[in-house]
Design a protein around this ligand. Structure first.
Ligand code: SAH
Ligand code: SF4
Ligand code: F3S
Length: 484
């Protein structure tokens, strides 16, 4: 008991250590006021326009919502077009090379736009920029980038903007640190009925292929009561779906014990009055427990959908990936999950062609996919990330060969997804209606299990829950009709 108390205290202190002080936040508010004053004299005819584009995961999207909130406070009006904007900001992702290539491509496309409008500010932030070799390349090769900052100083955006606007010099800040937690930043939420709610930041796991721990700092959890009150306020504002975010939500408040851990957080949010659903991502199988699965089963507002990235079905490869679980442990978790939630929908992430993976080992991934019968999969070909351990590993399998394995996997998953959706025919699902579908007169929504359902209805249902009977199944999407 005594040791537990010490652990609990140290964890709380650990999280507190990351908290940005109120004094610092007040300082940033002052900068925000200064920027607003400068902008209103520079743009007397109307507010300047800011275009913000976020790449990458939902955690990055949540950062983007805070960045937008701060820009609105500074006097910007948000726009959906880069052309004609007074500020263009790309909030970038570094997870795979492809994500980085897109940013370089879009940055190139901004050159003529900046030429046309030399007063336009071009800014870059996010995970990709937290890497020194990228920041150096931008500094040298993209002289028209005015402002670049990393993931640890987002709350300092007002100060960084002030320096950019008032000195006319290029401002680059990729201060490296273990990370921070800034509470109370203004948020400009993209949606009116679906909300992202970060519960923790950073990652300590150092999976050997992954850049995240290097660009996002150490794992740190937001205060339990702060998260619960934010959820409560979202429900009061009418949000119907709250997604709790973290790279490894199962280790939320890791050392505070069961009283303040992730299952306790789910229960506390589940107890909030109102008609809404709770989702969460991502859970790393290494910390996924029976307690979590039992909690999901118990809590009626928690969607019966589990995103549990396996990465590979072969234990040797998992070890080389430093995932800290093996095929057997993963399959036993799945078995238990189905036993307490027979209707559970499971999705996953898989990396094909990790360095040294053989075709025989890859076949273990195929057999695991057959066994689990996922609803859908996010599949990626391994991408070497500078600075990670896998970057230097020998990688003899050619890209084309990996491409063939990749297609084998996606073909298999397509077959399974088709079989799963076929079983939905004739059944009624409670669906959160999200948007107009491509086809005229149709609305698109999602079941708790995260399957897209399209049905005829008018736009007034968007943002509400409706019962929909499935009438027809395509592979990934089902068609249906509203029922009372
Ligand atoms: N924290 C989550 C994963 C976040 S990254 C977890 O541990 O499950 C999202 C996904 O991107 C990963 O699950 C992985 O499948 C993929 N990914 C990460 N790094 C990659 C790389 N270097 N190459 C290819 N895919 C990668
Ligand atoms: Fe990356 Fe692993 Fe952390 Fe997920 S748990 S973010 S894959 S290092
Ligand atoms: Fe990409 Fe950073 Fe998220 S690398 S996936 S945006 S944490």
């Amino acid at each position: 008991m005594f040791t537990w108390r010490i652990a609990a205290l140290s964890d709380k202190e650990n999280n507190l250590k990351f908290l940005v002080s109120e004094e610092e936040l007040r300082r940033q508010e002052e900068y925000s006021d200064l920027v607003r004053t400068v902008l209103s004299s520079r743009y007397p005819l109307g507010k300047p326009k800011a275009f913000v584009h976020t790449y990458g995961c939902q955690g990055n999207v949540a950062d983007g919502e805070r960045i937008e909130g701060m820009l609105v406070n500074m006097g910007y009006e948000l726009t959906q077009e880069a052309d004609g904007a007074d500020l263009v900001l790309y909030n970038t992702c570094a997870i795979r090379e492809h994500a980085e290539d897109r940013v370089f491509g879009n940055l190139g496309a901004l050159k003529p736009i900046k030429k046309k409008n030399p007063d336009m500010i071009i800014a870059l932030c996010g995970c990709m920029m937290q890497q020194k070799h990228i920041a150096d390349r931008i500094y040298k090769s993209f002289p028209y980038v005015d402002l670049l900052f990393g993931t640890h100083v987002i709350h300092k955006l007002p100060e960084l903007m002030y320096r950019t606007i008032c000195t006319g010099r290029r401002v680059f800040d990729i201060t490296d640190s273990d990370g921070s937690i800034a509470e109370g930043l203004p948020i400009h939420r993209d949606g009116s009925f679906k909300a992202w709610l970060p519960i923790m930041y950073g990652c300590n796991n150092f999976c050997s292929y992954c850049i995240v721990p290097y660009v996002r700092g150490r794992e740190r959890s937001r205060d339990f009561d702060t998260v619960v009150s934010e959820a409560k306020s979202l429900v009061e504002q009418g949000y119907k779906e709250i997604t709790l975010l973290g790279q490894n939500v199962n280790s939320y408040n890791r050392e505070l014990g069961s009283e303040y851990g992730f299952p306790a957080l789910l229960r506390a949010i589940n107890a909030i009055d109102g008609d809404f659903i709770i989702r969460f991502m991502t859970s790393n199988p290494k910390d996924c427990t029976k307690e979590l699965l039992d909690t999901m089963a118990d809590c009626e507002k928690v969607a019966k959908h589990l995103h549990l990235p396996v990465q590979s079905g072969n234990s040797r490869v998992l070890k080389a990936m430093n995932r800290k679980y093996d095929r057997e442990k993963y399959l036993s978790l799945i078995e238990y999950a189905y036993s307490v939630m027979p209707e559970l929908s499971i999705t996953s992430d898989i990396i094909v062609g990790f360095p040294g993976e053989t075709y025989e080992e890859f076949k273990d991934t195929l057999s695991l996919v057959e066994k689990v019968r996922y609803t859908s999969l996010y599949t990626f070909i391994f991408s070497a990330r500078k600075g990670t351990r896998a970057y230097d590993m020998e990688d003899p399998v050619p890209r084309e060969e990996k491409g063939r394995w990749f297609r084998e996997l996606t073909d298999l998953q397509e077959k399974i997804a088709g079989e799963r959706t076929a079983q939905m025919k004739g059944r009624v699902y409670r669906v959160l209606c999200e948007e107009k579908a491509k086809k005229e007169g149709m609305i698109s929504g999602r079941t708790q299990g995260n399957v897209i359902v399209e049905f005829p209805a008018d736009e007034s249902v968007i943002g509400t829950f409706q019962n929909v009977k499935v009438t027809d199944c395509r592979t990934w999407i089902v068609n249906g009709e509203l029922v009372k």
